[in-house]
Design a protein around this ligand. Structure first.
Ligand code: SF4
Ligand code: SF4
Length: 81
């Protein structure tokens, strides 16, 4: 069946953990808007090949600006609604 859902369909979500904080970025929905890079006061994000990554999650201060600013809502943060 072509329409059958596969567990692997959403495997483009990348997870970054440090200091009890988890940031997840759904790369399928990331459109390289760079809002996360611009608003993050701790410089957590970096665009790699047109997709957001969070290599400096250890520096995150849980301000939630990234989650709020992302136009496609593809960032999930363990401390943000
Ligand atoms: S703001 Fe959202 S869509 Fe834009 S680069 Fe960051 S994660 Fe991707
Ligand atoms: S919650 Fe704030 S400090 Fe943490 S990654 Fe998002 S914008 Fe940066």
């Amino acid at each position: 069946m072509l329409r059958k859902a596969r567990i692997g369909d959403n495997m483009a979500t990348k997870k970054y953990d440090a200091n009890g904080i988890t940031i997840e970025i759904d790369e399928d929905r990331c459109i390289d808007a760079e809002e996360c890079v611009k608003v993050c006061p701790a410089n957590v994000f970096e665009i790699v090949d047109g997709k957001a990554t969070a290599p400096r999650v250890a520096d995150c201060i849980s301000c939630c600006a990234c989650v709020e600013s992302c136009p496609t809502k593809c960032i999930k943060h363990s401390a943000c609604p």
